[in-house]
Design a protein around this ligand. Structure first.
Ligand SMILES: Cc1ncc(COP(=O)(O)O)c(C=O)c1O
Length: 415
């Protein structure tokens, strides 16, 4: 018998903030276990965006009238909240993008292709990265002749840190790593990774797509030079993401998008850029999205990121225990929930993960199946795909029990 999980958050009160949980799926109460793909949104976020569109819709930074000034205040206010949320030194270190993917591409092109890298310079990644932190570096290899190297994983899903030390040399210019794996859940020792990267003169790029929603992040303590995340995985809207960059690094990076707020002056054939962060925000930005993300950050702060994390550790620990009692369940990654995020990838005998997800869907349970945009890791683990359940502030131990019961049904179907 698994030990009962301590429920640390007032989940019924939290759930009441999320309109989506009023609906049923196939006549069952929705159990949403796919927050690693995208989280649900509380009404506070939805209302803030509606409020922008209904009461003060105007473009930012340019209008000399009340609506435009209010829109600018709220947009820049969101930047300040996000800077404080990740302990950046200044809001100028926060660039609004559309997603983690865009943020990582901006670094790869702006710092790698157009900026600092030379032919033969090395970029050191890991095999556990999401495609969004692989493919932009392929571009740098193709366009600049950079050399890509990768740190492998141990059987328990941790990085081979001794191999990291071997691969890291004074030819390494960029080290890029996920803070939390979207497949294995592993929380990587990024502070140590960044420290060693700096010792050889490399910069450290951190993919925090799966970390920012769940862990208190202090970019200064981590030593990250760049750090990327998405609003939609942390209770915020889609179409808004963040690239944090140390101010010195942002000064060294070139913009990609020309036009709009990114210019200081334009002449025929030449232009001068605006200051950071505006030089990276060409065109009309996603104002409603940024404002919505600011409110999502307020919502998470009200719960407290330490409480968010504790709740996740409790649920993950409970889930690992309950699910390991399901026949033929094979989980990937660390068994110690304090060292991993609330993302559990698994297989169930030889049932295809898509079949697992389809049968669970009939039970009203939403999980993810597939390669999770991590094909190099799937190849490394020697599996074509896995099923994946992921947790957030609105999930409960009872929902974990429903998942376990659902998996037993899957086994019955395939018996
Ligand atoms: C670790 C990781 N990095 C990057 C991404 C890409 O995020 P987005 O699709 O929001 O750009 C994801 C999305 O699942 C992810 O899990």
């Amino acid at each position: 018998m698994a030990k009962a999980a301590k429920v640390l958050l007032n989940v019924p009160a939290i759930k009441a903030d999320f309109p989506i949980f009023e609906r049923t799926v196939h006549d069952r109460r929705l159990v949403y276990l796919d927050s690693a793909a995208t989280s649900q949104k509380p009404k506070q976020v939805i209302d803030a965006m509606t409020d922008y569109y209904t009461r003060y819709n105007a473009n930012v930074h340019r209008a000399i009238y009340e609506l435009g000034e209010q829109a600018t205040r709220e947009y820049e206010g969101a930047r300040e909240k996000i800077a404080a949320f990740i302990q950046a030194k200044s809001p100028n270190e926060i660039i609004f993008t559309k997603s983690t993917t865009e943020s990582l591409n901006l670094v790869a092109y702006g710092y790698g292709v157009k900026g600092r890298l030379q032919k033969g310079d090395e970029i050191l990644g890991t095999v556990m990265e999401h495609h969004s932190n692989h493919v932009p570096w392929h571009f740098v290899k193709d366009l600049k002749g950079a050399v890509l190297k990768y740190v492998d994983v141990n059987e328990d899903g941790t990085l081979k840190m001794e191999q990291y030390d071997e691969l890291l040399t004074n030819r390494t210019k960029i080290v890029t790593v996920t803070l939390c794996s979207n497949v294995l859940g592993t929380i990587n020792p990024v502070k140590e990774i960044a420290k060693r990267a700096h010792e050889v003169g490399a910069v450290c790029v951190v993919d925090a797509a799966q970390a920012a929603p769940h862990l208190a992040i202090d970019v200064q303590d981590l030593g990250a030079d760049f750090l990327a995340f998405s609003g939609h995985k942390m209770l915020g809207p889609t179409g808004i993401g963040v690239l944090y960059g140390k101010e010195e690094r942002l000064q060294e990076m070139e913009p990609l998008m020309g036009g709009g707020e990114m210019i200081r002056e334009v002449h025929l054939g030449t232009a001068k850029w605006n200051d950071v962060p505006f030089k990276f925000e060409g065109g009309t930005p996603n104002m409603a999205g940024a404002i919505g993300l600011g409110v999502a950050v307020d919502y998470l702060n009200k719960i407290g990121m330490d409480n968010v994390r504790r709740h996740e550790v409790e649920l993950t620990e409970y889930a690992l225990e309950v699910l390991s009692d399901v026949k033929e369940f094979h989980g990937f990654g660390l068994t110690d929930a304090t060292r991993r995020g609330g993302v559990i990838s698994f297989t169930l005998g030889d049932v295809h993960p898509h079949d697992i997800a389809s049968i669970l869907d009939i039970e009203g349970i939403a999980i993810r199946s597939g390669h999770h945009c991590a094909q190099p890791l799937m190849e490394r683990l020697n599996v074509p795909a896995t099923a994946r359940a992921s947790f957030y502030v609105y999930n409960t131990p009872e929902e974990v029990d429903r998942l376990a019961a659902g998996l037993r049904k899957v086994l019955d179907v395939f018996a």
